[in-house]
Design a protein around this ligand. Structure first.
Ligand code: CAA
Length: 264
């Protein structure tokens, strides 16, 4: 692949958008490679993913403006559809996905980060949806996810004014969960991913599905998702093993965390 690197560290997969000359901007080829790398993740061995950008300046500086600049109306709509399909693939990916935002996360970059389950960032990170300054809207889910993750009012202010904001603001509005010095970011992302990977994988995947699917539904229907998708964990070996382990070690319940769970 020309623009994506993929490495597996024990049971954590790390996807790096690697197009430094354009600050890792997303063109059609990068989007296609990102989609293909997700398709190739070994779900039997990998338990969590991290997405980051190459270098120490940019996560992803947006969709590729040079490529978009010549698009017709029909081509623009098709580009939004293609980008949105990849973002949705990240969002609904069976495993938890952590965005390690190592610099600019603008336009499509912020949209990629928002498609991930969890966002952490470096102190030099800059977020924003600057599209209206370019004469377009956010087109890879930004009008929808920013409003859902922060709040409609805050999202509207940032989007309507094309205002970029720094890591401390992103933390204050709940767009990211934590901010770290640049040199610690990947270690912290890996620590978080490994903590997730140490849990029962079928249960973690079920939690992702329950939360994501439930957010789109009224509470009664959302609770039903938890009963059906979450309740299905009782059919897994992990549930038998995890609970038996707790009962065996009940003099020291913390030991339950040491159980070796089987993968899904
Ligand atoms: N698309 C294409 N190329 C980009 C790019 C982008 N989104 N962002 C940066 N680049 C390129 C620059 O053109 C430049 O290339 P050259 O060296 O060949 O000239 C290179 O990356 C380095 O960029 P700068 O020289 O501009 O670096 P800087 O440090 O001065 O500024 C920046 C950094 C503030 C991020 C600035 O590059 C910038 O504003 N980029 C555009 C950000 C943006 O508007 N993103 C939203 C795009 S629209 C979108 O994403 C729509 C959607 O929702 C789908």
């Amino acid at each position: 692949m020309a623009f994506i690197k993929y490495e597996v560290n024990e049971n954590v997969g790390v996807i790096t958008i690697d197009r430094p000359k354009a600050l890792n901007a997303l063109n059609t080829d990068v989007l296609a490679e990102l989609s293909a790398v997700l398709d190739g993740v070994d779900l039997d061995t990998v338990r969590a993913l991290i997405i980051t950008g190459s270098g120490d300046k940019s996560f992803v500086a947006g969709a590729d403006i040079a490529e978009m600049s010549t698009k017709t109306l029909e081509e623009g709509v098709a580009f939004y559809r293609a980008g949105n399909a990849v973002m949705r693939k990240v969002e609904t990916f069976p495993l938890p996905v952590i965005a390690a935002v190592n610099g600019f996360a603008l336009g499509g970059g912020n949209e990629l980060a928002m498609s991930c389950d969890i966002r952490i960032c470096s102190e030099n990170a800059v977020f924003g949806q600057p599209e209206v300054g370019l004469g377009i809207t956010p087109g890879f889910g930004g009008t929808q996810r920013l409003a859902r993750i922060v709040s409609p009012g805050i999202a509207k202010q940032f989007i309507y004014t094309a205002t970029n904001f720094k890591a401390d603001k992103a933390l204050a509005i709940g767009l990211v969960n934590a901010v770290y010095p640049q040199e610690q970011l990947m270690d912290e992302a890996m620590k978080l991913a490994k903590k997730i990977a140490a849990q029962a994988p079928i249960a973690v995947r079920a939690c992702k599905k329950c939360i994501n699917d439930g957010l789109d539904k009224a509470m009664d229907d959302a609770i039903e998702v938890e009963c059906v998708v979450g309740g299905a964990c009782f059919g897994s070996e992990d549930q038998k093993e995890g609970m038996a382990n707790f009962l065996r070690k009940k003099d020291d319940p913390l030991k339950v965390k040491q159980v070796a769970f089987k993968n899904a």
